[in-house]
Write a protein that binds this ligand. Structure first.
Ligand code: AMP
Ligand code: GLY
Length: 440
């Protein structure tokens, strides 16, 4: 085993980055860790190797020159990128040009998330199962195509739009409005100069994650996010209100089939196109009656999928990320705790719309020593004697146990103890799995 001591810089500020920091801090090889810009929970983490606190750095995730300078002057041995924007801006290429080690896909590879037009064309070229679709810059042609789908479609801005660039439509008036908003009114600016229109797919939606090293990829168990704000998948689309892992919707042979029909052609396509993909590939999948189909590719860890994955992961995450950077995943085995994990997001009242900040959060201290529980921070701010709310998604209450029901019990019990005015969370995280395979 490699015993090289490492200083790590993590980029990002959400619940995903808190989970990455928490897990990396458990590696005996990490002797110092910074997070830019980090959050109030992240600075509460200590390194297992020496008890030192993780330090927040006042640099935005998109301040590429600032981050490069920081990594250089502080001799960071590895930089770990959480969010999509710096990847799309080419942070990996920049660091590599300066001889620095960084984990995440380069700019060419990050196009799988940064351009829906790119990834749709790639899927069609390499016969990766996806929705029937068209690419449009012209509104009249887009409407014609939407009419062939009777308006039941997903209208997607080509570029990154803060996770909001997808409008799911059920009728022609809705589709027409979405096309007008994106192509004519440019509500997402240049990101919606071109759009992809996909046929509407019915089915169970799940998240796949695969760790890639440029030649091969290791598939994680499946997870499921809950995108709508309210119970029963009602209300507005959010960044994600909760996750659990594993799901009962793809068994081992189902996963093997997905590897065969989806990941193998994806890897072959990358090889043909000269795309050197090192990082996480996170396909959003719809399990349709005619088989699993890709809705979209993300080029990073999901949030809040990361929280449940890392709660169950037994490997040293640092070893995995290094193997991914070095093109060295052959022979690496992913190891997971048995049982299940769940993450329930506590959000501010009004999220994903406008919401107030600065509400005092109470009850967190009592939970620190609870077994099988970790409360990840997302939108919080440290104040004297505690924390206040500072974002839409505030906390990710994450628990694990012998099965999903046990994990849910721990998470929802903890939530009873956490209070802030207007706190909002879904009570049905993991519900679909419990219906499919009721607890014994
Ligand atoms: P995306 O950002 O592409 O994952 O889209 C956001 C959400 O819109 C997804 O999580 C799905 O719930 C929904 N969605 C996207 N594409 C489709 C589609 N073709 N059919 C049905 N729902 C979709
Ligand atoms: N879980 C949703 C996302 O990370 O995009």
């Amino acid at each position: 085993m490699n015993d090289r001591r490492m200083k790590i810089l993590v980029i990002g500020s959400g619940g995903r980055e808190h989970a990455l920091v928490w897990k990396l801090a458990q590696s005996p090889r990490v002797t110092r860790m910074w997070c830019a810009p980090g959050n109030a929970g992240i600075t509460g983490e200590r390194l297992c190797s020496n008890g030192r606190f993780v330090e927040n750095v006042l640099l935005g995730a998109e301040d590429l020159p600032g981050l490069l300078d920081y990594a250089k002057t502080h001799d960071a041995d590895l930089t770990v990128v959480g969010p999509d924007n710096p990847l799309a801006l080419g942070i990996v290429d920049l660091f590599q040009r300066h001889g620095l080690r960084i984990w995440g896909p380069n700019q060419q590879a990050a196009q799988f998330e940064a351009s829906k037009v790119f990834s749709q064309a790639f899927m069609e070229k390499y016969h990766i199962p996806t929705a029937r679709s068209g690419v449009f810059a012209d509104a009249a042609l887009a409407r014609k195509f939407a009419e062939t789908l009777e308006g039941r479609c997903a209208v997607k801005a080509d570029g990154l739009a803060l996770g909001k660039g997808v409008l799911v439509c059920q009728s022609m008036p809705e589709a027409s409005q979405a096309i007008e908003d994106m192509l004519e009114r440019r509500i997402f600016g240049d990101a919606s100069r071109r759009i992809v229109i996909q046929e509407y797919l019915e089915g169970m939606e799940i998240s796949l994650h695969a760790l890639c090293d440029g030649k091969r990829c290791l598939l994680f168990p499946t997870a499921q996010d809950h995108k709508r704000a309210n119970d029963g998948d009602q209300g507005l689309n959010t960044g994600g209100m909760g996750t659990y892992c594993p799901t009962p919707f793809l068994d081992a042979s189902g996963l093997e089939q997905v590897r065969h029909t989806l990941l193998d052609p994806w890897l072959a396509g990358c090889a043909t196109e000269g795309i050197d993909y090192r990082g996480i590939l996170y396909p959003g999948l719809m399990l349709t009656p005619s088989g699993p189909k890709v809705l979209e590719f993300n080029a990073r860890f999901g949030d809040p999928e990361t929280q449940v994955y890392l709660a169950l992961m037994e490997n040293d995450l640092l070893e995995l990320l290094e193997a991914s950077v070095e093109g060295n995943l052959s022979g690496v085995q992913l190891r997971w705790k048995s049982g299940a994990a769940v993450c329930v997001v506590m959000a501010s009242a009004g999220y994903p719309g406008s919401y107030a900040k600065g509400h005092v959060i109470s009850g967190l201290q009592d939970l620190v020593l609870r077994p099988n529980l970790k409360v990840f921070h997302a939108g919080t701010k440290a104040v004297e004697n505690g924390f206040v709310t500072n974002g839409g998604r505030v906390l990710g209450v994450t628990a694990w146990g012998a099965n999903l029901e046990a994990a849910r019990q721990v998470a929802y019990d903890a939530i009873e103890h956490i209070r802030f005015p207007g706190s909002h969370f879904r009570r049905d995280i993991g519900h679909k799995a419990l219906i499919k395979s009721p607890p014994q």
